[in-house]
Write a protein that binds this ligand. Structure first.
Ligand code: SAM
Length: 278
């Protein structure tokens, strides 16, 4: 008997993936956390029925979420990650030797535990000496934190459940305050194909708070529509003007998606995305 996982993105469209077996399934304090073995995409983390990450295509998302801001900031030492429970963002961050401290605020310890047990390729750096884990709500954390981060990375689930307020004006105002005077925020901001309103609203909020806001995108096969967007919000540095191409070309670690051309190309928006942020 065949087993299929499907995620309905909008009433009339979704994704379906053939499943070999369920490796983990638990109702945590916040959400339903599952890890499924898929036929085509390796192991997959699913939260409340939504694809979070798969072993086969996660590199695109995590490389683009991390290396774009880190190669733009001239001296990224102190980094905050909000969400990111699978560990993929931290794995990419520790590749950068100039980063001294990575703090991750993840609300659900069950996501961390499941990823450590079943997704070693993503969670392998969650014991790195430069890494500090805080199990807590990112919304509360930025309220009480002070301006000490060079880069803040919002690696949250979709804007529902515990992640709902992570796309709010108050949250982004607190993030702004937690950044140093030349700090950068990047956030995953859903799909331009099916979540136009989320992108328009988030971009509008960020434009009122940060002097420089740009959208960039990457193809992520297992995310709704396969086209994903990220917001780059900066107090000072421009990801195209201040991008240190020498540093990126001279990087001492391998990537499978990110390079200096992709960095710049990701900000060359197709017309329908330009219209979203015009
Ligand atoms: N790459 C995925 C995506 O784009 O959908 C998200 C990766 S990660 C699994 C998302 C994480 O955000 C989850 O582990 C979830 O528990 C966490 N999260 C959701 N709301 C949060 C909050 N308010 N504070 C901290 N972490 C939160």
């Amino acid at each position: 008997m065949e087993m299929w996982f499907y995620e309905k993105h909008i009433p009339g469209a979704g994704i379906c993936l053939k499943i070999k077996k369920t490796l983990y399934s638990k109702k945590s304090k916040y959400q339903e956390v599952q890890i499924l073995e898929t036929e085509e995409f390796g192991r997959m983390l699913v939260i409340d029925g939504m694809v979070m990450t798969t072993e086969r295509d996660e590199f695109i998302y995590h490389e683009m979420l991390v290396h774009v801001p880190i190669f733009t900031h001239p001296n990224p030492e102190n980094i905050l990650v909000i969400g990111g429970g699978d560990g993929g963002t931290v794995r990419e961050l520790v590749e950068h030797r100039d980063i001294k401290k990575i703090t991750m605020v993840e609300i659900d310890k069950d996501v961390i535990d499941a990823s450590k047990k079943f997704l070693p390729g993503l969670s392998g750096q969650l014991n790195n000496p430069r890494f500090k884990l805080i199990i807590g709500d990112g919304i509360k954390y930025v309220k009480s934190s002070t301006g000490k981060f060079d880069v803040i990375i919002l690696d949250s689930s979709d804007p529902v459940g515990p992640a709902k307020e992570l796309f709010s004006r108050d949250f982004f105002k607190n993030v702004y305050r937690c950044l140093k005077p030349d700090g950068i925020l990047v956030a995953q901001t859903e799909t331009p194909f099916m979540d136009k309103e989320v992108i328009k609203k988030t971009y509008k909020i960020l434009k009122k708070i940060f002097p420089l806001v740009k959208l960039y995108f990457a193809p992520i096969p297992t995310y709704p529509s396969g086209m994903w967007s990220f917001a780059f919000a900066s107090k000072k540095y421009d990801p195209l003007v201040n991008f240190d191409i020498e540093r990126a070309m001279d990087k001492k670690f391998p990537t499978k998606y990110y390079n200096e051309d992709v960095h710049r190309g990701a900000f060359m928006l197709p017309e329908f995305m330009k219209r979203l942020v015009r």
